[in-house]
Structure formats: C-alpha cells, structure tokens
Design a protein. Structure first.
Length: 266
C-alpha cells in the first residue's frame, strides 16, 4: 500500500492535475494539498492556466494539420531531413516559436497580471497592517459597535457590497475598520483581535486579476494570505505562526468566496 504521509513531488502534482496519478496515491496527494496551501495554490494556478489555454486554443488543436506541416511529408520532400540532427533542429525551431507565441498571448498576460496583483496587494495590505495594528487608541475609524454603519459606508466607498466574515471559530472578534487608498482605488480594511490581544487584518479592493486560491507570502514578522474571487482581491495579515494566519484566511475565504459581488447602492 502507498504511504499517504510521503512527501509529494512536483511530478506527482502534475500527474494529479492531469488525471494520471495512480489510484492508490490520490488520497495521499489530496491530504498533502490540504496541509500545504502553497502547493494547493500552485495546482490551482496550473489548472487555471490550462483551462485558459484550452478555452482559447482548444478548437485549433482539433483542426487537421495542414499537409505542408506534416513532418513525414517534409522529410520525404528533402532527404536531408532524415538526419536526426536536422530533424531535431526543426523541432526545436517549432517549439521555440510556439513558446515565443504563447509568451505574448492573453494566457501569459493573465499569469503575469495575477503575480503582479499578488505582490501589489500583499505589500499594501501588510504595510497597512504594520501601521495600524500597533495603535492603541485609534486602530480603526469606525468600531465594531457600529458595524452596520461601517459596512454600509465602506461598501459605498469601495463600490461593491462588502461582507464582513465572522471569525469566532478561530477566536477572533471584530475591532472595526477604516477606508484606505489601494492599488486599484479605495480599499476596505477590517481589524480583528483575539483574547490575548493578537490582531489580524482583512484588506480588500477591486482587482482585474484572475480568480485564484489562497497564496501565502512571508514578509518577515508579518505573514499574509492572498486570494481573488469575484473581481475582488483579499489579504489576511497577521504575525507569528504561519498556520494561524492560514487558518484565519481559510475561515474568511469560506465565507467570502460564497458571496456574489454586487454593486453597492448610491
């Protein structure tokens, strides 16, 4: 029997994504992904890229290859192509051209945009976290005592209907929130606190990046988990143990990902 606790290799992640993983290894890989958010995000990014390529070029892949590009015909036309070195050169040329083409396609643009959004939003969110988490008297503009007004006000300013996740199950209570400038316009910022005074923040703003699963960023003392859903980027920031920040992000993600983006009222 295959050991479910064995470390998972990148080859196995690719095989899992392609449906080529041996049946007795699937449970082990899925358990590994559940415990390793970075690998889960990596597989999600691969799947999104594969889906984008399939959506854009799937019909082309089903087309009949023109005779002039048939390798057998090309080799018959010129006996020099029978030489292995020449054939390898042709294949390298074709593959190189294909890779160059894909580098300019919307698929690669989407991947680059996602990476840029991840870096930009996490940087902004962590800076806001570090700035306000140490505040004693004024960590937020509007406190949790006026949560209904806070949500209405911020929703109007950021341009979409906010939903503030309940994080009781991870021991966090809402402190309040504030309006901040963000990389794509106004951003909403919510602060939570546990019984020992440890604080976590949720930062969100509009994003044109493709939807993505949870992605982790280590910014020294501050840790961050980023994701995009329904054209909005979210970042959970906190200090200390990576698992704690991840657990908070999962609790928020499960609630926010189920919400459909709605324009806020005027």
């Amino acid at each position: 029997m295959t050991d479910r606790t064995l470390p998972v290799t990148e080859d196995e992640l690719h095989a899992y994504l392609d449906g080529e993983l041996p049946g007795d290894r699937i449970a082990g890989v899925e358990a590994w992904l559940a415990a390793h958010p970075d690998d889960m995000a990596k597989v999600a990014a691969w799947r999104a890229q594969s889906d984008a390529i399939r959506a854009r070029y799937g019909s082309v892949a089903d087309e009949t290859v023109p005779t002039r590009f048939d390798l057998d015909q090309m080799m018959k036309a010129d006996r020099s192509w029978r030489k292995p070195a020449a054939a390898a050169a042709v294949i390298a040329f074709v593959l190189g051209g294909a890779l160059g083409w894909f580098a300019h396609t919307p698929v690669m643009s989407a991947v680059n945009q996602n990476t840029k959004g991840f870096e930009t939003f996490t940087t902004e969110a962590v800076e806001a976290y570090k700035l306000y988490v140490v505040e004693v008297r004024h960590p937020v503009e509007v406190t949790a005592n006026d949560a209904e007004h806070l949500v209405q006000w911020l929703s109007k300013r950021v341009g979409y209907q906010l939903s503030v996740p309940n994080l009781d199950k991870v021991g966090l209570k809402l402190v309040g929130g504030r309006l901040l400038p963000g990389p794509t316009g106004a951003a909403a910022f919510f602060m939570y606190e546990n019984a020992t005074g440890e604080r976590y923040t949720l930062y969100s703003g509009r994003s044109n990046a493709p939807a993505t699963a949870l992605r982790y960023a280590d910014n020294g003392p501050a840790k961050a988990v980023y994701w995009v859903t329904n054209d909005v980027a979210y970042v959970i920031s906190g200090q200390g143990d990576r698992k704690n920040v991840h657990d908070v992000a999962v609790a928020a993600y499960e609630q926010l990902d189920s919400k459909m983006l709605r324009p806020s009222g005027g």
